[in-house]
Design a protein around this ligand. Structure first.
Ligand SMILES: Cc1cc2nc3c(=O)[nH]c(=O)nc-3n(C[C@H](O)[C@H](O)[C@H](O)COP(=O)(O)O)c2cc1C
Length: 389
């Protein structure tokens, strides 16, 4: 069967624009039960472990029950969302927009036309049967997509389920059944939703081993032209400003890396700025000592700091620290990419071209080990409790 490109585009469109809808849920327009049941029929086509249909769907329509669920939601998390929205209003904080949306849902959950709760027969209680739980998530997401394809919307919410005993009592849900999500269902106000900002696949897809990235290909066998790279990450209990201060200190990695020895700013610079140049000193047991001239080519205050070696237009390597706020702190991601310009690896590869993939793999794994030392070192530094406290 030929796949019609229009079908692919329509499916991709739904897959990339099914957002968590909260402020654009239409509270005035009723939703027919039939359309919800149609979406459940579609959702039931999702894979299920052992081909057993163990999902059940609660559709809550009764206004009083919806209000009670909304109260439970507010008790667990909603009131905190409302307080956070009010605190962040007008501050320009990156969470301001999402908190406005979350608080709006918390305030209006009881007014949505329907609340749908998918459940699964059985308890997800560490019983060693993960397949049980895994047989419902994909079905829940299919339900969200089916709604979107019809002009309805929802938000995947789970926070309210933390109050499971009260929800069970309210809706007569047996003890040995697990609630999975709580979907407020409504028509959406308008149907234009955009893809969200996410990591590009090339940055988070690893080929043939963890943290092995490629800008192109990879070819088989792997070669330098593929732009091989690697990543080291850590979640740090510190705010992005504190992490930013450490990653922009170009000498700090020398405290943790077994290769990088230190660096000196050039041309009168005494700190990081776009275009600023520094010279880094390195040591490798097999290669001895060498220096590399580096140019700051990424400088996004509080978010990304990167430099390339040797030549801005044709770098020998590129290095980037990326900071992302996560619950409880900051995710620090340190990325390195070899090439496309000349580097110290070229002479080694020229002497044994048949070993190019092995030489690349070994160098990448050395880099990754040192990058992880740096990331972990920064984490330890920022998380250590000051003496006497
Ligand atoms: C497991 C899970 C739990 C979630 N719980 C809640 C919740 O309790 N309340 C809420 O407003 N949104 C909740 N969300 C929605 C996320 O906040 C939302 O997906 C995220 O902000 C990204 O927005 P997007 O889906 O539009 O890209 C949850 C999402 C997931 C995957």
């Amino acid at each position: 069967m030929q796949i019609d490109p229009a079908v692919t585009a329509a499916v991709d469109g739904v897959l990339t624009t099914t957002r968590a809808v909260r402020r654009r849920l239409d509270l005035e327009r009723d939703v027919d039960d039939e359309i919800i049941l149609d979406c459940i029929d579609i959702a039931e086509q999702a894979p299920t472990g052992g081909n057993q249909g163990s999902r059940r769907w609660l559709i809550v329509r009764d206004p009083e029950l919806k209000q009670r669920l909304a109260e439970l939601y507010r008790g667990v998390i909603g009131n905190r969302m409302i307080t956070a929205r009010d605190r962040l209003a007008g501050t320009g904080d990156p969470r301001e927009r999402s908190m406005r949306s979350s608080a709006h849902l918390a305030e209006h959950l009881g007014e949505v036309p329907a609340i749908v709760i998918p459940v699964i027969l059985g308890r997800h209680d560490g019983s060693g049967r993960p397949g049980l739980f895994d047989s419902v998530i994909q079905s829940g997401w299919s339900f969200c997509l089916a709604l979107r394809a019809r002009g309805l919307g929802t938000a995947w919410t789970t926070a309210g389920l933390a109050n499971a005993p009260d929800i069970k009592e309210l809706l007569d849900i047996p003890e040995d059944v697990t609630e999975i999500a709580m979907f407020p269902v409504a028509w959406t106000v308008g149907t234009d939703f955009k893809p969200a900002r996410r990591h590009p696949a090339r940055e988070i897809a690893y080929f043939d081993g963890y943290a092995r990235t490629f800008e192109r290909g990879p070819s088989h066998p792997v070669c330098m032209a593929d732009g091989p790279g690697t990543v080291a990450e850590a979640d740090i209990r510190a705010d992005p400003a504190a992490v930013w201060a450490r990653v922009t200190d170009i000498n700090l990695p020398a405290e943790f890396s077994e290769e990088f020895q230190g660096a000196v700013w050039q041309d009168g610079h005494d700190g990081p700025a776009l275009g600023a140049r520094f010279v880094g000193r390195n040591h490798h047991p097999g290669r001895g000592d060498w220096e590399a001239t580096c140019f700051v080519d990424v400088f996004e205050e509080g978010a990304a700091f990167g430099w390339c070696t040797s030549d801005v237009d044709n770098p020998g390597a590129r290095w980037r620290f990326e900071l992302e706020p996560v619950v409880g702190g900051t995710r620090l991601r340190f990325r390195g990419i070899l090439g496309p310009g000349p580097s110290g690896l070229d002479a080694i590869i020229e002497s044994r071209p048949d070993l190019e993939p092995r030489i690349i793999a070994r160098r990448i794994s050395e880099h990754r080990a040192n990058m992880q030392r740096v990331v972990d070192g920064i984490k330890t530094l920022l998380e250590q409790v000051p003496a006497g406290s």
